[in-house]
Write a protein of this length. Structure first.
Length: 209
């Protein structure tokens, strides 16, 4: 049974951090209200699970600010028929949200300790498939994917992942060096060509192999 404070904090996160910043995707908002973010942060940070910023989850990795999570997922335009590839499972929170919106979520984590923790947290979500492998290479044996999302920033455009995106698909990715502000892009594959749209300046942990 969830305590009243957690329920209140989750409600205020959605109302004040997400909806007031212009995200009104009903399916996404419902997924966020039904997904206990506090279960995806370290025990000593659970009181801060719904604050308006990122949190460290160990091993130099983070769980992103709730608004950034919502913004990126909203820009994916997920449908319940979609097969999604996520690069950077991290805490598992993003994958848990997307599992409520898509048909399948294939998620990769390169840090062994984070992989094990996320695998344990996500094991009851039957449409999530988690892999311990190099995110730069994706999951070619399961391609093509309707949607691809990166939660860590490669220094340059991820060609191998682009090759795994289906025609008409969308890829959301932060691009740039971790020494500077990166740029969040939405890429659409239209007749095999890359249609690029700049979204936001962001700061993400670097993508590692």
């Amino acid at each position: 049974m969830e305590n009243e404070k957690i329920i209140e904090n989750r409600y205020h996160m959605i109302e004040n951090q997400i909806k007031k910043r212009g995200i009104n995707n009903t399916h996404l908002l419902n997924a966020m209200s039904e997904t206990p973010r506090e279960e995806y942060v370290p025990l000593d940070k659970q009181d801060f699970a719904y604050w308006d910023g990122p949190l460290g989850i160990g091993h130099g990795q983070t769980i992103s600010q709730p608004y950034v999570v919502a913004y990126m997922i909203d820009k994916l335009e997920l449908k319940n028929t979609d097969k999604v590839l996520e690069i950077g499972t991290g805490s598992g929170y993003n994958a848990a949200l997307m599992s409520r919106l898509a048909k399948e979520v294939h998620t990769l984590e390169v840090v062994p300790e984070l992989f094990e923790k996320a695998q344990s947290k996500l094991e009851n979500l039957e449409n999530i498939f988690i892999y311990s492998r190099d995110g730069f290479k994706g999951v070619p044996e399961k391609a093509p994917f309707d949607k691809i999302i990166l939660t860590a920033a490669p220094a340059s455009f991820p060609d191998q992942l682009w090759e795994q995106l289906a025609e008409g698909g969308i890829m959301i990715a932060p691009i740039g060096s971790h020494h500077e502000t990166q740029e969040l892009f939405r890429y659409k594959k239209i007749e095999g060509q890359c249609q690029e749209e700049f979204l936001l300046p962001v700061r993400f942990v670097p993508m590692i192999s």
